[in-house]
Write a protein that binds this ligand. Structure first.
Ligand code: MRU
Length: 344
């Protein structure tokens, strides 16, 4: 099954907070419920958050009792604002909301026609995501050699997208090509997306995976256990890649040990109008660190710093893999300058 599906006015998705122990499906019927699911990370990962947000607007449209076009557009704008407040860093969320709103505003016809336009656009975005991931997989697999050991961080797999995955899409394609690769998955503190989701996905596909703690990365690299790194991204800005906390550390270690560091992400993750300084890094509850599940492990009164993402300067990135191909850093810089010229 796909990670997210539209079924006659309901969004069906997997509650990722319960994986891998329990596969619980959520049937979401309105945008508020969907926004809460994003906030609570029942569904997560930048491309999936984007498509989910589009479906959130589709839910609002589908169940609307609006009689006038303007009334429906106002309802969509309210839902868009609720969605925008859920998680601040993954740019796909904002990209998706803006794309659906623009489509709705530009549509002609009555309320019924407008509802059809919004639902169709969300469904189109879901289909596109799968297609884009397949292309990322095809392009990125060219960077993978027979027998490589590839380290990945967090979860950039089918669970972070509609299907197939970005970083894991590259790994899956290379595996299907018979390259006999192995994967090292970092556990990814504190939400353990690597341990709970990436290891689960790879095991299910029969791709050899070894789980390490985040603090073992230096050991693994200095002992020659890693050939390549591939991660996803939540936002690619002019000067940096913003991704799950710990990505920056991995990039610096990869640089030190001469290990290529690749980022796989769709163009909807690019935000070339901004820099890292202009990006909001989500701060999550200190409880994700002071507690283990419901059990407090740090002494009472101890506080914790819990940013969900960090900033990897472009100088540490070997290449960016997107649906149009493999961008060298020179290609990326040209794109960035082009975007700036377009802006001015
Ligand atoms: O906090 P999360 O689990 O939503 O963070 C996800 C990541 O950081 C992923 O690496 C990123 O979104 C890329 S997913 C294809």
């Amino acid at each position: 099954m796909r990670t997210i599906e539209w079924k006659d006015g309901t969004v069906v998705t997997i509650d990722q907070t319960k994986l891998p122990g329990t596969t619980k499906f959520l049937s979401i019927k309105n945008c508020e419920e969907l926004s809460l699911a994003i906030k609570k990370m029942k569904l997560r990962g930048a491309p999936l958050i984007g498509v989910a947000a589009a479906y959130g607007l589709a839910l609002t449209a589908y169940h609307s009792k609006a009689k006038e076009r303007e009334e429906l557009l106002r309802e969509l704008e309210n839902s868009a604002n609720t969605l925008r407040r859920t998680r601040p860093t993954a740019v796909n969320l904002f990209w998706a909301v803006n794309r659906v709103l623009k489509k709705a505003e530009g549509a002609t016809g009555d309320v019924k026609a407008l509802i059809g336009v919004v639902v169709k656009e969300a469904q189109k975005m879901a289909e596109e995501d799968v297609e884009i991931n397949r292309k990322i997989g095809e392009h990125g697999s060219k960077l993978i050699d027979y027998g490589d050991v590839v380290l990945t961080h967090c979860n950039a797999g089918s669970l972070a997208t509609v299907d197939y995955g970005t970083a894991l899409g590259v790994i899956r394609t290379a595996w299907k090509q018979g390259k006999q690769i192995k994967v090292i998955a970092t556990e990814t503190r504190p939400r353990l997306q690597g341990a709970r989701l990436t290891a689960f996905e790879l095991k299910r596909d029969g791709i050899p995976v070894t789980l390490i703690t985040d603090s073992t990365i230096g050991y693994a690299m200095s002992n020659g256990l890693v050939n390549k790194v591939i991660v996803g991204a939540d936002r690619i800005v002019r000067d940096a890649v913003i991704n799950k906390i710990g990505t920056y550390t991995i990039s610096v270690l990869a640089h030190e040990h001469d290990i290529p560091f690749y980022v796989a992400a769709p163009i909807s993750t690019f935000d070339l109008a901004h820099t890292s300084k202009e990006t909001t890094i989500e701060e999550r509850s200190p409880k994700e660190i002071t507690n283990f599940g419901s059990q407090r492990i740090a002494a009472n009164g101890v506080d914790a710093l819990n940013p969900a993402f960090d900033v990897t300067p472009i100088k540490y990135v070997s290449a960016i893999i997107c649906e149009t191909g493999i961008l060298s850093i020179t290609d990326f810089e040209k794109l960035t300058h082009g975007a700036m010229r377009h802006k001015s």
